[in-house]
Structure formats: C-alpha cells, structure tokens
Design a protein around this ligand. Structure first.
Ligand SMILES: *[C@@H]1O[C@H](CO)[C@@H](O)[C@H](O)[C@H]1NC(C)=O
Length: 326
C-alpha cells in the first residue's frame, strides 16, 4: 500500500540510523496554514481550554467538598470531569502552543505517549459513562435496592475498573504501534497523534493493523454505545410507565446524561469504527473530541442540575461543612 519512493530512500541514507524505525519525530500539519486564522484559533482554543480547566475543576472541587453531594451519582460525575480534563490536557495544550510555531514537531516517543494517554483516559471515560447509566438504572428501576447495590465499595470498585480497562485497552493498542516501522513521510495531517493517522504513515502493509484498530477501539465504542442506548431506553420506559413527582427531575438528569453520551460517542464512532474515513470531517471531529466535548460536559451538568447549582453557591460562601447548620 505504501509506496517507498526514491525520496524516502535517500532520506534514509541521509540519517545515520540503520534500524527499522528511521523516523524520530513527526510533524503536525495543524488545523490551517493561514496566518491570521492561527491567531484567531489560538485565542479561541485558549479560551476553550481555560473553560475546560475551570469548569471541570469546579465540578470536582464542589463534589468533593460538599457533603450534600456525597452520593454515587456525583462521585461518578466528579470522576468524569477529572477524566475529561485529563483527556483534553493530552492534546489541547500542545495544539494551543503549536499555533505559533512554524514547525509543529513531536518526537516519536511523545507521539506514543499521546496515543497512550488518549486511549487510557478515553477507555476510562467510556466505563464511567456506562457506570453512570447503571447508577441511574438502579436508582429508577430498582429504587429499593439502590443503597445496597450502589454502596461505597461498588463506587470505588467501578472507578478502579474504569482505570484498569482504560489501561488494558491502551496498552493492547499501543503494543502494535510501538513496533511499526516508520521510514518515509512523517507528516501527520492533524494536531495530535492518534492511531488511525499514525498507522497510515508506517511503511508496511497496515491492513491487519486497521482491522485490529476497528476490532479494538471500534467494537469497544459501538458495543458500549449500544449498551448505553438500551439501558437509557429501559430507564425512560420505566419512568413513563409510572410517572411520579420525582420523574421530571429524573428526566432532566437523564437528558443531560444522554446528551453527554451522544457527544462522546458520535465522534468516537466516526473516528474508529466508520469504515470510510471522511478526510474533511476528520479534523473537525478531532477538535470536537478534544476541546468541545470536555467543555460541554460541565456546562450541561451544572446548568441543568439544581443540586449542583446550589452546591456551587454554597461553595462560594464557604458554607460546605456539616458543622454549619443548614
Ligand atoms: C472518584 O470516585 C471515587 C469513588 O467514589 C471517589 O472516592 C473519588 O473522590 C472520585 N474522584 C474524584 C476526582 O472526584
């Protein structure tokens, strides 16, 4: 598939390295080459990233410090925010600082580190989203068993499983990429390293790797997505069957959850599981994934959630301790 051109051969000769991996760094083509647009994009994404750091940290601090929010749902939400912030920090700061550099370089190791953490946090986020759906399922469909099923241990267990699965998923993907030979072009048409873009550059037949990618990331995202859609459908049907006072509140929480699930899985499925990559859509999806979704999550949860808003108001007055009478 990859043509080993004369150009790349002479490039090989000019470097003193003789092992298989001749490429020692990758070059990002970035979002656009227009100079005026760079400044605009810099300001835009700087503000977005600021919002991501602020919004997600606010959620974590609010949930951890306010004992009113010490429940499985909010613990999971805080974990989701923490992961969102970390996920965005893998790509966004490098992208933002790169707007001003002529040559957007990343070392081969740096590239692998980016891929590792991208999939590590991505895989964990996926498990947390499923856990949040499970939490709502138990709360709404099995309310009498809620406190026994979702006890403190379950919650800690879920979080541990999330990090474990994220790690396994990431390592299992990276294991293939580490040994790929890169000898030819090293320009990544994106602003961060991810497997689909990097595998393209390997000078070997990547057909089996593409299959592996679809089998791992693709199947994982599609299965989780289907699972989530089914569980939210069951929950919504349960609410409809016996409407109660609390169902409008439950419905607003569910709408927030479902919105976040769609925002996370939409780009994910298009990137990893869609068999016909759409080049023009690719960078847009990447931007969406690395700066828009992590920014929207805190907005969706804080603006739509009364308890969260009250807690933030309390936090501003430093009125969060149980000793203060409420
Ligand atoms: C994540 O969840 C665990 C278990 O419920 C909780 O103890 C921890 O504080 C949460 N972490 C964050 C960053 O909110």
């Amino acid at each position: 598939m990859k043509k080993v051109t004369e150009e790349s051969v002479s490039w090989n000769e000019s470097t003193s390295e003789t092992n298989n991996s001749m490429v020692t760094e990758f070059i990002f083509l970035g979002l656009s080459d227009s100079q005026e647009l760079q400044i605009f994009l810099f300001v835009l994404f700087f503000v977005f990233y600021g919002g991501i750091v602020f919004g997600n940290l606010l959620i974590v601090i609010t949930v951890v410090s306010d004992f009113h929010l010490h429940s499985p749902m909010y613990f999971l939400l805080a974990n989701l925010s923490f992961i969102d912030l970390s996920l965005s920090s893998v790509t966004a700061p490098k992208m933002i600082t790169d707007f001003f550099s002529e040559c957007k370089v990343i070392s081969f190791k740096g590239c692998l580190v980016q891929i590792f953490f991208l999939h590590f946090f991505g895989g964990s986020e996926l498990v947390i989203l499923i856990a949040m759906a499970f939490d709502r399922y138990v709360a709404i469909c099995k309310p009498l068993h809620y406190t026994t099923i979702m006890c403190g241990n379950t919650c800690v267990g879920i979080v541990a499983v999330a990090w474990g699965i994220g790690f396994l998923h990431s390592v299992s993907q990276l294991a293939f990429a580490v040994h790929l030979p890169f000898c030819g072009p090293n320009e990544v048409d994106s602003f961060y390293c991810d497997l689909p873009r990097v595998i393209e550059l390997a000078c070997t037949d990547t057909y089996r790797l593409d299959i592996m990618l679809i089998a791992n990331s693709g199947v994982l995202t599609i299965c989780s997505f289907v699972l989530l859609i089914i569980s939210y459908t069951i929950i919504l049907m349960t609410i409809q069957r016996c409407p109660s006072d609390s169902s409008s509140k439950a419905l607003s929480t569910l709408t927030a959850h479902i919105t976040v699930v769609l925002l996370f899985f939409g780009p994910c499925i298009l990137i990893y599981a869609w068999p016909f990559p759409i080049k023009s859509l690719d960078k847009f999806l990447a931007v969406f994934y690395s700066v828009i979704t992590p920014l929207l999550n805190p907005i969706i949860y804080t603006l739509r959630n009364k308890d969260m808003k009250t807690a933030i108001r309390r936090l501003r007055k430093w009125d969060v301790h149980p000793s203060v009478k409420s």
